[in-house]
Design a protein. Sequence first.
Length: 172
Amino acid sequence: MGSLVTLQAPASLADVPYQPGKLSVRKASMRDTNAILGLINAYAAKGIMLPRTEFEMSENIRDFSVVFSGERLVGCGALHFYSPSTAEIRSLAVDHNWKEHGVGRILMDALEQEAREHGLQSIFAFTYVDRFFNKMGYQLVDRGDLPLKAWKDCLRCPKFQACDEIAVLKLL
Ligand SMILES: CC(C)(COP(=O)(O)OP(=O)(O)OC[C@H]1O[C@@H](n2cnc3c(N)ncnc32)[C@H](O)[C@@H]1OP(=O)(O)O)[C@@H](O)C(=O)NCCC(=O)NCCS
C-alpha cells in the first residue's frame, strides 16, 4: 500500500531544466497520479500548498487537468465543484523549472472552459499568488463570501489559526 502522505517527489520526477517545446493540456487520468503528487507535494514541503495523499488523488483525479511538455507532466490544476453554480480552483502547480512559460495560464483557461461547459457562474480560489489570479481576471473577495464547505481543507492546514491566504473570485 502506498504511503498516506508523500512529501517527496518520486524518483522518476527528476529535476529537469526547462526545455522549450509545444505544450498540451488534457484531463488527468489515474496514471498521472504520481507525477501530480510529486508536483504538489514538492510545494507542500515548502509550506506553499496543502499536501495531497494517494487516496485523495484517486478520489479527486477527475477534477484535474494536466499540462505536458512532450512526455513530461509540467503542470496540474483541479476544478472542484461546490454547488450547481460555483467551483474552486485547487492544487494549481507548475514545475518550478517551467514557471513563467505560460503553463499556469493554459491550465486556468482549461479549467475555466470546463466550468463554463458545466454552466457554472463563478470560480474561486484561496491563494498566496493573488497577482497571478488578478492577471487571470479574478477579483479579491471577502473569504466569508465563499461557500462554507470550501473551508473543509482549512481544518487540517497547519496555518489554520493564522491563515494568510487570499480569497479570489471570477464571475463567468
Ligand atoms: C502560480 C503558478 C501556478 C503560475 O504558473 P506559471 O506557469 O508560472 O504562470 P504563467 O507563466 O502562465 O503566467 C501567466 C501570467 O501571470 C504572471 N505571473 C505568473 N506568476 C506570477 C506571480 N507569482 N505573481 C505575479 N504574476 C505572475 C506571468 O508573468 C504572466 O503574465 P503575462 O501574461 O503578463 O506575461 C506557479 O507559479 C506555481 O505553480 N506556483 C507555486 C504553487 C502555487 O502557488 N500555486 C497556486 C495555488 S492557489
